[in-house]
Design a protein around this ligand. Structure first.
Ligand code: SF4
Length: 170
């Protein structure tokens, strides 16, 4: 994740095609072990899992895929957030958006009403191909990579090679 102190290492990130290969390898590998595996900060794995499971004729349910079947690719600002020791709130450790401060505003109020959180929970405001992808609800793309590599956290995930079949919203 080329953010924070790793921002200068941006040129070393793997390509979208290499990411695709790694996540397909991950799908195959998880079938060989009883270990609970999690593809952290790789939201498009949730798309690949569904594509591959469909090819394999395997229903995507908890029995077959554990938590991956009932979770979502990126939960930043949707299912969790970060609060610093100074009370600063942001969607995830890699995405430094100002979502208020719990020393000034009660957390439930920030969690429910901060515009950044509301945006992250509403794929309809996502831009580029993530905004019209049929997997947006289960994937959503990495908002931190969009921020770092495209300058806008609502832009499309830069390291996903998938071309959505749905047409862009007008
Ligand atoms: S286009 Fe965006 S929402 Fe669709 S699979 Fe790729 S990263 Fe996920």
């Amino acid at each position: 994740m080329p953010t924070g102190r790793a921002e200068e290492l941006g040129a070393q990130v793997i390509s979208a095609e290499e990411y695709e290969d790694v996540l397909n390898w991950f799908y195959d590998f998880q079938k060989t072990t009883d270990m609970q595996l999690k593809a952290t900060c790789a939201p498009h794995y949730h798309r690949i899992l569904r594509q591959r499971a469909k090819e394999d004729g395997i229903p995507v349910n908890f029995e077959n895929f554990g938590l991956d079947a009932v979770s979502r690719g990126c939960l930043g600002g949707v299912g969790f957030c970060f609060i610093s020791h100074r009370g600063q709130v942001q969607p995830c450790g890699y995405l430094e958006l100002d979502c208020g401060n719990v020393l000034e505003t009660p957390f439930p109020e920030l969690w429910r009403n901060t515009q950044h959180f509301r945006n992250l929970r509403n794929p309809e405001v996502y831009e580029g191909k993530c905004g019209h992808c049929e997997y947006e609800r289960v994937c959503g793309g990495c908002r931190a990579r969009a921020q770092t590599m495209k300058g806008n956290y609502l832009e499309e995930e830069p390291l996903c090679s998938y071309q959505p079949k749905k047409q862009p919203r007008k």
